[in-house]
Design a protein around this ligand. Structure first.
Ligand SMILES: Nc1ncnc2c1ncn2[C@@H]1O[C@H](COP(=O)(O)OP(=O)(O)O)[C@@H](O)[C@H]1O
Ligand SMILES: [Mg+2]
Length: 285
C-alpha cells in the first residue's frame, strides 16, 4: 500500500471557540498506479485531506502510513513531501525564478544535485508535461500561457520523482485547450509511468472519464468510495449533498424518464451513442 490513513481526525484551531472539525474518522488507502478522483462540495475537507497524505498536516487522532511506515515515527514528513508531490490550486502563483528551467530545478538545487544531472531531469520532466525543453528552458515563466505555466509548476513537482502526484483542481481557470492538454498529460503519466494520481475536481465529466476510482467527501467524512459507475449510480445521494453528475448521466436519466430504456452508468460519448442507437433499433424492429 502506498499511503494509508487510519481513523484520522483533524480539527483546525482545536480547543478554541473557532475550532473547526475538518476530517472525521477517515480511513483511506491508495495503491501504486491508481488514479483516484476526489470530489465533494466546497468545505467538505478535500484540501485538508490531501495535506494529510503528504505530511503538510498532522492528524489530531489516527495515523498516516506511507509505504507501510508511520509518518513522524518511521518516516519523516520531509521525506514524505518528496514522495508525495502536491500541486496546489493555481500553482503558477508560486513560480518565481527567471527561467523555466531554473524554476523546475529549484527543488533539485536545494537537494544539492550536480548541474548535469539537474539538466537531464529538467529535460525529462518538461517533456513529461508536453513542453519542448529547447523551446521553453530559457523562457521567463511569466511570458507563458496559463496552461503552460501550470505545466511548468507540475514539472517542478515531478522533478522530485514522487511516487504519487496530488493535484487540487489542476484544470480550473484554463481555456479548453489548456485544460485538455493538462488532463491528457495526467492520463499519460498514470498509464505510461504508472504514477499514482489523486485528482481533486469539480468537473464530473472530466473525473468520470479519468479516474478509476472516486472518493466522495462530505462534511469531513468519506461518504462513498468506488468506481465512477458505482458512485454516479447514487445520483440522488450526490445531488442531496450538492454535487453534480456527469452530463451524460443527466442525459440518460432524461431519456429514461422520456420512456427510452437506456442504462444510466455510461460516461463515454461512444458508449452512450451505441446504447441509444441500440434501444431505438429495438423499438423500430
Ligand atoms: N486554515 C484553516 N483554518 C480554519 N479552518 C479551516 C482552514 N482551512 C480549512 N478550514 C475549514 O475546514 C473545513 C474543510 O476545508 P477544506 O479542507 O478547505 O475543504 P475543501 O477543500 O473541500 O473546500 C471547512 O469548514 C473550512 O472552513
Ligand atoms: Mg479546497
Amino acid at each position: 500500500m502506498l499511503i494509508e490513513l487510519k481513523n484520522v481526525n483533524f480539527t483546525y484551531m482545536p480547543n478554541t471557540p473557532l475550532a473547526q472539525r475538518a476530517l472525521k474518522n477517515v480511513n483511506f488507502s491508495v495503491e501504486v498506479g491508481e488514479f483516484v478522483g476526489l470530489i465533494g462540495p466546497t468545505g467538505s475537507g478535500k484540501s485538508t485531506f490531501v495535506q494529510h497524505l503528504n505530511g503538510l498536516l498532522k492528524p489530531l487522532e489516527g495515523e498516516v502510513l506511507v509505504e507501510g511506515k508511520r509518518m513522524g515515527e518511521e518516516i519523516s514528513p520531509f521525506l514524505v513531501r518528496r514522495k508525495v508531490g502536491l500541486v496546489f490550486q493555481f500553482p503558477e502563483n508560486q513560480l518565481f525564478e527567471e527561467t523555466v528551467s531554473r524554476d523546475v530545478a529549484f527543488g533539485l538545487h536545494n537537494l544539492g544535485w550536480a548541474e548535469d544531472e539537474i539538466e537531464k531531469r529538467v529535460r525529462s520532466v518538461l517533456e513529461m508535461v508536453g513542453l519542448d525543453y529547447c523551446k521553453f528552458k530559457d523562457r521567463s515563466p511569466f511570458t507563458l500561457s496559463g496552461g503552460e505555466m501550470r505545466r511548468v509548476a507540475i514539472a517542478g513537482v515531478l522533478a522530485m520523482n514522487p511516487s504519487c502526484l496530488i493535484l487540487d483542481e489542476p484544470a480550473s481557470g484554463l481555456d479548453s485547450i489548456g485544460k485538455r492538454e493538462i488532463l491528457a498529460n495526467l492520463e499519460r503519466l498514470n498509464k505510461e509511468n504508472n504514477l499514482t494520481i489523486i485528482l481533486i475536481s469539480h468537473d464530473m465529466d472530466e473525473i468520470s472519464r479519468l479516474a478509476g476510482r472516486l472518493v466522495v467527501l462530505n462534511e469531513g467524512r468519506i461518504e462513498f468510495d468506488g468506481s465512477p459507475r458505482k458512485v454516479f449510480s447514487l445520483r440522488d445521494d450526490l445531488i442531496k449533498i450538492g454535487l453534480d453528475t456527469p452530463e451524460f448521466t443527466s442525459l440518460l436519466v432524461a431519456l429514461k424518464k422520456g420512456g427510452l430504456d437506456v442504462p444510466l452508468d455510461l460516461f463515454e460519448l461512444n458508449e452512450v451513442k451505441d446504447a441509444i442507437v441500440s434501444v431505438l433499433k429495438r423499438r423500430g424492429s
